[in-house]
Every structure is written in structure tokens, then in C-alpha cells.
Design a protein. Structure first.
Length: 447
């Protein structure tokens, strides 16, 4: 998980509160000290840490819980609020105008992940039915333009490059007449090992010619607290409109980068959480803190679900499930959607309460591998078997096993899983899904 160590530390701190017999000043001080250690270990600025923990103490002392609110819930809510404020308070989104093309220019130092981020952003907006193109203007880094072309091809978007031309402005003008055929144009620019005057001059020239609608600074999470200085310098030179924090998966310094960007005055728009095209998330401070505290992120989970399955198909499945109709075809489609949504471990951290289960990574890997084998089983079944799994007997299991190359025991496991899923669907038959969702959301602060 993103910021796994910080998340574990914070969840352990809150567990002490939920199990405490009394919530008094001593309990609050112990919690504050635990939070200080957790944030400092994640490279968050010392001054910010002490300001945050002082506010927690002051709010608990000066504010009063509502009549029906237990003190421990009141304290946890204060922690949630203050962590959210530390990371930027509210979600910031890019509003794509109808002007063609809407231009998004990425800037950053060498090795920050600009080129990879372009393919992720292109994939993000393509899934939202925008016609997207990429433009390679990094003429300094060897193979930068070729890399952009390869990544763009992987996500199925047009890429404009000229590998022989050394002047980025000439490259931009060469394809200028074609840009209006696209809703969004995402532009890669050169980076340097440091923010030198040469880089500033080039970006300012491009900015003047291109006149981008958004200028996004790409910052790797590994920079930690130094991200604040770089953000301010780029902001002064290029008037950046937002930030992308990359390499968020598995870096101890990510807490420092997130908080540093938040206090620099520029808002974080996206975070990169892996290498794959789908490993890009919109940064929503309240929901991000919910995940850190083990409360899940239903909004992100629903967003991934919308990307994985069409709205029309989703409504059709919902109607069938609420009527109690469920067969292996439905289970198969759910499994296909899950595979598009990402790894099982990343999905579990979005489900309220699930991230608190201490499931070993090996167990999650086994589950993901099992899902693949179950798909092989289903591909070896007839239409009747998929629609009426009850007809699958011993001889059919052996035939399916032979055709799919999967042991008969795993075919039986699949049928057992189907029966359990059908039983669960029968339990919610006729229930109002909106009421169920509201009940689920009501357990999460800030939702």
C-alpha cells in the first residue's frame, strides 16, 4: 500500500484509543506522541508535525462532542480533520473546457517521471471519453521521444514526435494544424538534474508559444521535504497550476513530499502509485486520510469500478443481482471487472475495514493467481454450464479440468465460491442499493 508504514503506525495509534477505558488528557498526549513519531518517520516537516499535534490537543480541550458522540469517536474525528488539513484539505480537479485542444503541459526535473505520467494521464482521460494526443518536446534526454511514442501506443493514443529536430518550438509548430482534432493535448518537456536558468528559459519560451491551459509539475515522492523548495521554485518560474506526485508506492519519504507540496501553495492533482497505465489516482485529501487510517475509500473504489465496466452493463448487473438472479456468467463478468480494476491488495485497502485485516502478501498473491485459474475454468465451460452451474456434476468437472489445465479441486472451489456469492446476493435481494451505500458511508468520517 501507499505509505504502508505510516498507515500501519496511525492505525495502531487509533487502536489504542478505541480500546482505552477512559479518554482523558493523558490518553490524548499518548496519542499525540504516537502520531508525532509516525509522521516524523515518514519525513513530514518537524514544524508541521508539532503544529498539527498541538491543534489536536487544543481542539480536544476546547471543543465539545455532540450529545450522542462518544469521546473516542470525537478524538478520532479531530485526528482525521487535522491530517486532512495537513494534506491540502480539499480535492482539486482539472476542469476540461470545450476548447480544442485543451493543453496540459508537464514540467519537472530529470527522472521525475514526466513521460510515464503523460501516458497515465492520457489513459485516464481516454477512459472518460476524451480524444487525447501526446506531444514529445523533450529534445535533450536520449530516447525520451521514442519512450513517449511506445507508452502512448500502449494506451492507444496519438503521439506527435520528431526524433531528428532539436528545437522543441519547431516540433510544436510542425504538428500545430492537427491538434484541433483532439480534445486534450498532453505535452512532454525537457528536464534537468537541477532547476537551472537554461531549463527555466526553455520552459518560459514554450509556455509563451504554447499557452497551455494547465502546467503540471511532476515531483517524485522520494524527494521528501525538499519537494517544497522545488515546487516553490517552479511555481515562481513557470506559474504551475498543479502537481503530480510520482513513485508513491513504497517510499518512506512520501509523507514529506505530500505535506511539502500542500504547504507550498500548489495543489496536488494526481498521485502515481505504480508502473502500469492504470496506476494513477486523483488526489483527494479526505479520502486519502481515510485510507491511511484504515477507513477505506469508497469513492476511489467506485471510480475504478466505473472505469472497469460500462454504466449500462453495471445497471444491468445491478438489476439482475437485486432480483436474486446470479449465475457463473455474472461471476465471470465480476472477475473480469476486478482484473481491470487492479491488484487485489490495492482494492482491499479501498474497502472500509479490510485494510485492517493483517492478510500476508503471499495470501493475496495466491488469491489473484486463483482468480486467473478460475477464468480458465470458465473459458472451458459450455453456455449451459455457465448459465446453470447446478448441472455441473463429477464427469463435467473432470472435462472442465482437462480442458482448462486446472485441477478438478479448483473447479470445485470455483463452484463453492459461486454458491457463496449467490447466497450473499440472495440476502440483499430487493434491498435499495442507495440505502445500503448510505449506511456504509455513514461509518466513515468526512463522507
Amino acid at each position: 500500500m501507499v505509505l504502508d508504514n505510516l498507515s500501519t503506525s496511525l492505525k495502531n495509534s487509533l487502536k489504542k484509543i478505541t480500546s482505552a477505558l477512559f479518554i482523558d488528557e493523558r490518553t490524548v498526549n499518548e496519542l499525540v506522541h504516537d502520531i508525532q513519531r509516525s509522521l516524523l518517520a515518514s519525513d513530514v516537516n518537524v514544524q508541521l508535525v508539532f503544529e498539527l499535534t498541538n491543534r489536536i490537543r487544543e481542539r480536544f480541550r476546547d471543543e465539545k462532542p455532540t450529545k450522542d458522540q462518544p469521546k473516542r469517536e470525537f478524538l478520532i474525528h479531530i485526528v482525521y480533520d487535522e491530517l486532512t488539513n495537513l494534506l491540502g484539505k480539499e480535492k482539486e480537479e482539472i476542469k476540461i473546457s470545450k476548447k480544442k485542444p485543451f493543453k496540459i503541459m508537464l514540467v519537472g526535473l530529470f527522472g521525475s517521471g514526466k513521460t510515464t505520467s503523460i501516458s497515465k494521464i492520457a489513459n485516464y482521460y481516454k477512459k472518460r471519453n476524451y480524444k487525447v494526443a501526446a506531444l514529445g518536446l523533450d529534445v535533450h534526454r536520449p530516447a525520451a521521444r521514442h519512450q513517449l511514442k511506445v507508452l502512448s501506443d500502449q494506451v492507444g493514443v496519438q503521439c506527435f514526435i520528431d526524433e531528428k529536430e532539436k528545437d522543441p518550438i519547431k516540433i510544436y509548430k510542425k504538428f500545430e494544424q492537427q491538434y484541433k482534432n483532439y480534445d486534450i493535448l498532453i505535452i512532454d518537456t525537457a528536464g534537468r538534474d537541477a532547476l537551472l536558468q537554461e531549463l527555466i528559459d526553455e520552459i518560459e519560451s514554450l509556455n509563451k508559444i504554447i499557452q497551455p491551459d494547465e502546467r503540471l509539475l511532476v515531483i517524485p515522492a522520494e524527494l521528501g521535504q525538499t519537494a517544497e523548495r522545488q515546487t516553490k521554485q517552479f511555481h515562481k518560474s513557470c506559474n504551475i497550476t498543479g502537481i503530480i506526485v510520482t513513485k508513491m508506492d513504497g517510499t518512506a519519504k512520501a509523507g514529506g513530499a505530500l505535506s511539502a507540496c500542500a504547504v507550498s501553495g500548489a495543489k496536488i492533482i494526481f498521485i502515481g502509485v505504480g508502473e502500469r497505465p492504470n496506476d494513477l489516482e486523483t488526489f483527494n485529501p479526505p479520502n486519502f486520510v481515510s485510507r491511511l487510517l484504515g477507513m477505506g475509500d469508497l469513492e476511489a473504489l467506485l471510480e475504478k469500478a466505473r472505469e472497469a465496466i460500462s454504466e449500462e452493463k453495471s445497471k444491468d448487473i445491478e438489476k439482475r443481482l437485486l432480483k436474486g438472479e446470479f449465475n457463473l456468467v455474472d461471476l465471470y463478468e465480476q472477475m473480469q471487472a476486478m482484473s481491470k480494476m487492479g491488484s487485489l491488495s490495492k482494492l482491499l485497502e479501498l474497502v472500509p475495514g479490510m485494510s485492517q485485516l493483517k492478510l500476508p502478501k503471499e495470501a493475496l498473491d495466491v488469491q489473484e493467481d486463483k482468480l486467473k485459474r478460475w477464468r480458465y475454468c470458465m473459458n472451458s465451460m459450455s453456455k449451459k454450464e455457465l448459465e446453470e452451474p447446478e448441472v455441473i456434476d463429477g464427469p463435467r468437472i473432470r472435462r472442465i479440468s482437462s480442458g482448462s489445465g486446472v485441477p478438478a479441486s479448483e473447479v470445485r472451489d470455483l463452484l463453492k465460491q459461486y454458491k457463496m456469492a449467490k447466497k450473499m446476493m440472495s440476502a440483499i435481494k430487493g434491498k435499495d442499493p442507495e440505502k445500503l451505500m448510505r449506511k456504509f458511508k455513514g461509518r466513515i468520517p468526512g463522507m
